[in-house]
Unconditional design. Structure first.
Length: 80
């Protein structure tokens, strides 16, 4: 939906960004620790503060010309 409507809303000056918060140290995030260690061992868990600070920065720096876009909390683009 973000890709479809993001392209249309861009014409109206509305920026659409999909944001991945990262693997955050929460009750839910902790519940997948074993799976992550097996399937994605290089991905490190982050704090809620790291996720929030990074996510806000991505939103503040998002550019309309890149809309619609999919970003990780650290600002890296994620392929659709």
């Amino acid at each position: 939906m973000a890709r479809k409507y993001g392209a249309v809303l861009k014409l109206e000056g509305i920026n659409v960004v999909v944001l991945h918060p990262g693997w955050v140290a929460t009750d839910i995030g902790d519940g997948i620790s074993a799976w992550m260690e097996t399937h994605n061992p290089t991905n490190k868990q982050i704090t809620t503060k790291e996720s929030a600070v990074g996510s806000v920065k991505v939103i503040q720096e998002a550019k309309l010309e890149d809309s619609p876009a999919f970003y990780n909390y650290d600002g890296t683009k994620i392929a659709w």
